[in-house]
Design a protein around this ligand. Structure first.
Ligand code: SF4
Ligand code: SF4
Length: 82
């Protein structure tokens, strides 16, 4: 999963773009639910939130490192295919 760091300026660009509805407004800034973030695997070639973020504050979540197979399985689970 990816995570949004404290530099987030709450511009709201990423939230509507997430295909998994993993992004939400947290206590102070936008946050990513690691259970829903597939790093866009299953939807896009690259993380779309990273593409739209104007200040590049979305990075890999060090507490939720996942390989491609794990992310693909999460995608299948989220979309009810397994
Ligand atoms: Fe959503 Fe993709 Fe960003 Fe994860 S990487 S939060 S799935 S847009
Ligand atoms: Fe924050 Fe970047 Fe999302 Fe804007 S696009 S709300 S700066 S994480």
């Amino acid at each position: 999963a990816l995570m949004i760091n404290s530099k987030c300026i709450n511009c709201d660009m990423c939230d509507p773009e997430c295909p998994n509805q993993a992004i939400y407004f947290g206590e102070k800034i936008y946050e990513i639910d690691p259970n829903k973030c597939t790093e866009c695997v299953g939807h896009y070639d690259t993380p779309t939130c990273v593409s739209v973020c104007p200040i590049d504050c979305i990075k890999p979540d060090p507490n939720h490192k996942e390989d491609l197979d794990t992310l693909a399985e999460k995608y299948l689970r989220l979309t009810g295919q397994i």
